[in-house]
Design a protein around this ligand. Sequence first.
Ligand code: UDP
Ligand code: MG
Length: 315
Amino acid sequence: MKRNIFISILLPSFNEAENIFAIYSELTKELSKKVSRYEILFIDDGSTDRTIDKIKELALKHSEVKYIALTRNFGKEAAMFAGLKHAKGEAVIIMDADLQHPVNVIHSLIEGYREGYDQVIAQRNRTGDAVIRSKFSSLYYTVLERLIDVELKDGQGDFRLLSRRAVQAVLQISERNRFSKGLFSWIGFKKKVIQYENKSRKAGKSKWSIRKLIDYAIEGVVSFNHKPLRICLYTGVVTLFLVLIYISIMFIQILAHGISVPGYFTTISSVLFLGGVQLVSLGVIGEYIGRIYVEAKQRPLYLIENKCWRGFHQC
Ligand code: UDP
Ligand code: MG
C-alpha cells in the first residue's frame, strides 16, 4: 500500500563505487511502491574511488537523487550530520550504502512512523559479521550499558527512521565529537524497534579497522558520562585510604620496635602502584581535556564541496 508521505533516504558513502547503482535500484523499486514522494541523498564522504562519478551519473538521470560531496573523509558521523541537515523529507531513513541494511525493512520503518513513532529503529542480529567482531561488540555493549547514562543496545545502530522532529532535535546538538548512537538515544521521543537479519557486504570492504573500532568504543564511553573520571577519583580515594592505613601500621611498629631495615619491595611496589594509578587518571583526564579542546575550537563538522539540488544548483 502506498503512503502519502515524503521520505528522505540518507546514504553516507565512502568508497562504495560498486554499490551505488545496486542500492539505488533496490531503493527505487521498494520506495516507488511504498511512498508518494521520496529523495535519495548520497553523502560522498571524500571517497577515493569512483563513488562520486557514479552518484553524479544517477543524479543527472533521476531527479529524486541528490548528493553532497564532502571535501575529504570526515567520517560517517559527520556525513550523517550533513545529510540530516540537508534532508527535506518529513521522515528520514539513515542506511548504509553497502547493501548490508536490507531494503525491505523500509516497509516496517514507514509503518512504524505511520503509527506515530518518532524513531523507528532497525535492530540487527549479527549473522553477517565476523565472529570475533560480534563477540567483542556484545561484550562492549554489556560493559557500556553499566557505564553510561543513555541506553544503548547491541545491534541498534544508525539504521533507523527519524521523524522531522527527531531530526531537528539531533541537529540542535552541536557537539563536535559525535557518537550518534548515543545522541539518537539521548534525544528520546517515542521509539519502536524492528528486528532484521543482517546481510554480508555486497562489494567493497568494511571501513572499520581495529584501530577505528577501539577509537569508536572509547568515544562511546567518554562522550556520554563522567563515570571514568569518577572511577579515577574513587580509585584515588581508596588508594589513599590504604596507604594511610599502611603508614599508620608502620608508624606504630616503629614506635614499638624502632626502625627496622626498610623493605625494598614495599617501597618499590608502592611507588610503581601509585605511579600507575596516577598515569591512568591522567589519561582519563586527558581524554576529557582533549574533548574540551576540540569543542572549544568550534570547527564546522564538515565542509561541502558541491551539492546538487534540482531547481537550485546545476548538477
Ligand atoms: N562510511 C562513511 N564514512 C566513513 C566510513 C564509512 O560514510 O568514513 C559509510 C560507508 O560507506 C557505509 C557506512 O558508512 O555506507 C557503514 O560503513 P561500513 O560498511 O564500513 O561499516 P560496517 O558495516 O562494517 O559497520
Ligand atoms: Mg557495512
